[in-house]
Design a protein around this ligand. Structure first.
Ligand code: IPD
Length: 262
């Protein structure tokens, strides 16, 4: 597991250094994906290519799932789940909240995760059963926070229909919590939760590459991560917070019926 973590960390650092170096001169020419708001830059693709090359050079045959290139076939029990830039819109605008996220799954279970936030000089790591770390500092999420004192992070999808529902839900959540933050990177939101910078997080419609690595960071920091109605976290829904707050936020979200745009 340590080998997986150190390989993932080396690769995430190399990709982050490349992105930091190339971002100032990057072209503002972008392509769009599912909608005009869903963008991909040439550097998302370059970062993913670099990560795929490094993983396959070290572990030929492993499977790789990446945001830009989809799933690489392979017969290994090991799958790498890669977001070459989580927070692409922040990256495009020169905001610091973007990350390179790499998780390693063995037989479907995430055993190691790295979230590199190059513009902040922060690298979050976690290994299953061995805790979550920001550099050399062990992370523990906030505990004992009631819903009405909770700082809650969330995000929005790229489809206008989904955003309309998410807007209604967030308006109601806002009246019940201390405040809301929309940072623009799911991976950083979950790592911020692990570091006690926010108390909770929820979002509908994220992808495994957004939450695989940071989900392990959050749970190894003591948080509970799941979906709605007892389901595990999935692209359908993610709720995350320390036990106690998790249930309060879950029940509020379940009552607001965020599944109606399914
Ligand atoms: C997005 C970010 C954002 C979240 C979106 C994701 P991307 O990932 O994580 O915070 O709200 O749902 O798609 O597109 O920047 O890799």
């Amino acid at each position: 597991m340590t080998d997986f973590l150190s390989l993932a960390e080396d690769i995430a650092r190399e990709a982050g250094d490349m992105l930091l170096a190339k971002r100032p001169t990057m072209s503002r020419e972008i392509e769009t994906k599912s909608s005009p708001t869903d963008v991909v830059t040439a550097l998302d693709k370059a970062s993913e290519e670099l990560i795929r090359e490094r993983v396959l050079a070290a572990r030929p045959g492993d499977r790789i799932l990446g945001e830009e290139g989809g799933e690489e076939p392979g017969d290994s029990d090991v799958r790498w789940v890669v977001d070459p830039i989580d927070g692409t819109v922040n990256f495009l605008y020169g905001l610091p909240e973007w990350a390179v996220s790499i998780a390693v799954e063995v037989k479907g279970e995430v055993v190691a995760g790295v979230v590199n936030v190059p513009a902040r000089g922060e690298v979050y790591t976690a290994a299953l059963g061995r805790g979550a770390w920001l550099g050399d500092t062990r992370l523990h999420c906030n505990t004992g926070v009631p819903l009405d004192r909770a700082l809650v992070a969330t995000g929005f999808g790229y489809s206008a229909t989904r955003r309309a529902v998410q807007g209604e839900v967030v308006a109601k959540v806002l009246t019940r919590v201390r405040d809301i933050r929309r940072g623009g990177s799911c991976a950083i939101d979950l790592c911020s939760l692990a570091a006690g910078r926010v108390d909770a997080y929820y979002e509908r419609g994220i992808n495994p590459w957004d939450y695989a690595a940071a989900g392990l960071v959050a749970t190894e920091a003591g948080a509970r991560l799941g979906g709605l109605h007892g389901r595990p976290v999935s692209p359908s829904f993610a709720v995350c917070a320390a036990p106690g707050l998790f249930e309060q936020l879950h029940d509020l979200l379940a009552s607001l019926d965020p599944e109606r745009d399914a």
